[in-house]
Design a protein around this ligand. Structure first.
Ligand code: ADP
Ligand code: MG
Length: 365
């Protein structure tokens, strides 16, 4: 194993066409994607997602910047290098691209590197990967006998039979119903974790954003962090919160914002305070890791944006039996770095007062 980062993008720009018809599609994209990391790439249709994926996949070359995949520079690379890299990548497409005249097991065999394994080992590898995707009873069937979700899973098996260290998936759920779509991405995520692969998954399906370790957003060829994307429009945030009950959603918004305010009261948010915020969001609000990160970013941002204005929001959802925990959590944040400053205590008091609570700090604080 090496510690090398499997995907390193550095100031990548891409243009289609020549001369007067030249059109720039990607602008200065930089990002690193680590082994075992699942990154979701979102963005409107035409924003450049597929183009970026094909650059990472060694299927085309950028005119500017550097694309390093599995240690190889792909820009201006020899065809031999591109082929070598392509063989180490698992591609999952929107449509499964299975060959109708071959059985499921023969289709998967097509994905197996030639000469990489003996006959018997090949057979075992194929059977085992098809078992992992839950198709062990369909080895000898033809694609026409399978459902959409099953075909998509066969496509994944074919992409993964070589245990690739990079998995690229372009809208793998587009042709699936909600449940099969979810099953498919969870499967990709699980296989990525087990094999330590770096995954880039393109989707505009908001319902699966929570499987990501990180979400990148493309807009007109410019890469934005989720924070930037959210600050331009709160709709994604609302979508995410919409998965929770409305009462919980407004509680969560008020809660996370209050946590950020306390952590910021002394104008520095330490790593310990961040860790504590994450823990509380996870434990109290029972959020997925990706959601915790999302709320963290959002609450920090919200805090910065609103710190100079009247922050009294709608706190109606902070119902009585949560109040004690709420205040305890605020105190835990302030305490995370071992010092509870007087400015942090005043901030807790101020927040408590906004919620109609008369807060007295514990003795010795
Ligand atoms: N082969 C091509 N030649 C010229 N323009 C293209 C080509 N492929 C895609 N484009 C254009 O590049 C832009 C980005 O396309 P694409 O990467 O497919 O976006 P997405 O996957 O986000 O929908 C679009 O404006 C599209 O029309
Ligand atoms: Mg596309």
């Amino acid at each position: 194993m090496t510690d090398e980062i499997p995907i390193v993008l550095d100031n990548v720009s891409y243009l289609y066409g020549k001369g007067n018809l030249k059109k720039q599609i990607l602008f200065d994209i930089s990002n690193n994607i680590k082994a075992g990391e699942v990154v979701i790439l979102t963005g409107p249709s035409g924003s450049g997602k597929t183009t970026l994926l094909t650059l990472i996949g060694a299927l085309r070359s950028a005119q500017q910047g550097s694309v390093k995949v599995l240690g190889h520079e792909l820009n201006n690379a020899k065809e031999r290098t591109l082929i070598k890299v392509r063989r180490q990548i698992g591609y999952v497409f929107q449509s499964h691209n299975l060959m109708d005249s071959l059985t499921i097991s023969q289709n998967v065999q097509m994905g197996l590197k030639l000469g990489s394994a003996g006959k018997r080992e090949s057979r075992e590898r194929i059977a085992s990967v098809l078992k992992r995707v839950g198709l062990e009873d369909h080895l000898n069937k033809y694609p026409s006998a399978l459902s959409g979700g099953q075909k998509q899973r066969a496509g994944i098996a074919r992409a993964l039979v070589n245990r690739p260290r990079v998995i690229l998936a372009d809208e793998p759920t587009a042709s699936l119903d909600k449940q099969s779509g979810r099953d498919v991405v969870e499967l990709i995520q699980e296989l990525a974790r087990e094999d330590g692969a770096a995954v880039v998954l393109v989707t505009h399906d908001n319902r699966i954003l929570d499987i990501a370790d990180r979400i990148l957003h493309l807009e007109d060829g410019h890469m934005k962090s989720m924070t930037e994307a959210v600050s331009e429009g709160a709709s994604r945030m609302l979508n995410l919160l919409g998965k929770h009950e409305p009462a919980n959603a407004s509680y969560l918004a008020a809660f996370s914002f209050a946590l950020a305010r306390v952590a910021y009261a002394d104008n520095v948010v330490t790593d310990d305070e961040r860790t504590e915020m994450r823990r509380i969001l996870h434990d109290v609000a029972q959020l997925q890791p990706a959601e915790v990160e999302f709320i963290m970013e959002l609450s920090m941002m919200q805090n910065r944006a609103l710190s100079t204005t009247d922050t009294r929001a709608e706190h109606g959802a902070l119902i009585a039996d949560r109040t004690a925990h709420f205040i305890d959590s605020l105190y835990a944040i302030a305490q995370a770095d071992g010092i509870v400053g007087s400015d942090e205590v005043s901030e807790i008091k101020a927040i408590a007062a906004e919620f109609g609570i008369d807060y007295a700090p514990p003795p010795g604080a």
